[in-house]
Design a binder for this molecule. Sequence first.
Ligand code: ZN
Length: 343
Amino acid sequence: MAPKYAQGAQSVVGHRWAIELLERGCAEGHLSHAYLFVGPPRIGKTTVALYLAQTLNCLDPQVRPCGRCRSCQKVQRGVHPDVRVLDEPASSIRIEHIRELQREMALSPFEGRWRVSVLCDFQRATPEAANCLLKTLEEPPPKAVMVLTAVEAQALLPTIISRCQVFQLRPLPVEEVRQALQSDLKLESPRAELLARLSEGRVGWAIAASADETLLRDREKYLVALEQALQQGRVARIHMAQRLARNPEMLPDVFNLWQSWWRDLLLAKSGNANVLTNVDREATALNEAQHYTLGQIVSCLKSVQEAAQQVEQNVNPILAMEILLLKLPRAQFDATQAHEVAP
Ligand SMILES: [Zn+2]
């Protein structure tokens, strides 16, 4: 079960191995100048980065992070002058951002021991910004630690990856997420179970969804969009692609959701409906699975994965979404027909 931290310390559920490695690095002075945390959206990458920032700057002589000292509290509230988080999912990271960061990092820490800069979703960096950051990675300023996050490492320049210590954060067991929701957030058991399953081990998503109904509403909206697209012809699909791509910051979540849906159809088709992610839509999944061949379901799953990778690698989101929607088959409502359609 997730470790408990003193109140005020960045509470991290799971990722215990990463926390231990980072704590040991801090305690023994074996710090890297740059870290890269890789993993699906809302899995806890920024949370682990902030935990590191607290550990590095905590004022307690024994337990770091203590969660109580002025420094820990400031990191927790997002107001520590030496800890900077660059997280604006809707826009790209431009060279001006990096230059400003470089000016800051060249200065000694203002009140802590270390300057910590967290650059979220670094795949959003323009090539100029990425090249500019490379200079800092090659000649890191003293007393500065940088943390980059990304959904997939392949989306970054190999020269950037090679200069970072890379941590691949994986989804937590659903059971661990459920326990955290029940014990830390005091959610009722059925709701904790539902959110834990829907999260697919992305604890940040589960916590956010427990507090914010719009996440579940968005989920519903994007599942309905997929259902509609499957019944539409080319022109309507192109319009839908354009509509969905209008919010590019939502696309990683949309692709994640659609992958979970096709995986569920695969499970339903192969008689494993007891382990569905979209557990509240079990009947629909069982029914839908009858409308496609196994080959069709597998190729839909692959197409969604490809589109997600393309968007990660800065392919135009409208184009990626159009290609995806046009590749999906037309829903077959005759169950007998589904067996005859080639994948
Ligand atoms: Zn502290």
